[in-house]
Design a protein around this ligand. Sequence first.
Ligand code: FE2
Length: 396
Amino acid sequence: MADQSRTLPEPDWEANAAQHGRTEFPCGITVEPVTPLIGADVTGIDPTARLDDAQLDALSAALLRYKVLMIRSGGRWLMDVGEHTRLCQQLSGHWGIRADTPQKRLNASEGLTVHPFLPWRRGHRHIWPTGSVTGGGQQYRLRDSEDIENFEPFAAQKDRGAAPKPARRDAGRRRSAFRPGSFGSAALAQDSVNNGANAFHFDDGFFHQPPSAVVLNALVLPRVGGDTLFADMGAAFRGLHPALQERAISLTQTMDWRHTFPIWEAEAARRDAGDPFALHVEQLIHDYPPSTQPLIRKHPVTGELSIYSNLGFTRHINDVSAHESRELMGILSRMAERPEYQVRLRWRDVGDVCIYDNRITNHYAVADYGKVGPRALHHVALLGEPTEDADGRVIG
Ligand SMILES: [Fe+2]
């Protein structure tokens, strides 16, 4: 990311927004804020084309300022897999992000993040087809129409008929007032209002360096519904009482995919020894041990501090009592729920592209469209960077 500061233009965002409602770049890109704090619509750019340095500078500057960008297609384009990949690679290259750790090399494809626990497009391991819910709220039905692969416990569960019981450990957690849902077990629910993505989180906290940004591409949209909420976790941090800020700054947390996706181990436990799925889960446990992360992260480019925690991935806060861990996690996660820190983005047209800074936002996929129609997006995550605490110490 060090490369960014060299070339970034420095518009007076606040003055432009106040006087003109937008910021215009010489390269033709226009950025129009959706709220004063977070979220902007970007026009004057065609994401299906290769971008030049001036466009990448403008897009990067806009993302750093507004944290979430929406590039509206207006029905004029629909990125294919290759164009989506190129856009992500261009951003990643512009920011100087590389697969420079053993774990990142393990989970990288074409220089982008591979999600080890979710299905990917065959031949394009970095493409995650997501958000597919059809009438009745059944998950993943649209995936049947896409050529996907990866080990997956869901199909086996479905074959058995009824939704499986979650692992006993998870069942206990779900009774907690501080844990609204688990991605893994909840993803099996037949009710679209409990699909796991409808809880505030940032993506993939289980990696030792979670993705820096995500680019979503809308393939199928319901007529209404299926909005995505984003919360500015920098503003959320500044909204904490100073004493709480100080306490949180001093702490780290443990993030763990086994906490997020308990179904993997539960399904492996049902298999015989030597079963390919069970062996795969053993390998995942080896390759993706729990990650230690700062509770308050310093943004690698802007230096802004933010709440870097969410109930989906955080197993516990380190070196405090279980009671304080639960209490603090509850307080921090609820900060994302304040409307003043949020933007609600409505997907308008197939081909709409959303870019979000995964280092400083939380998001929530509103699951209100189960009876309206399907919704399918392609999700690509850029690789991550070292995570630093408020004092600049590298933690993850
Ligand atoms: Fe997500």
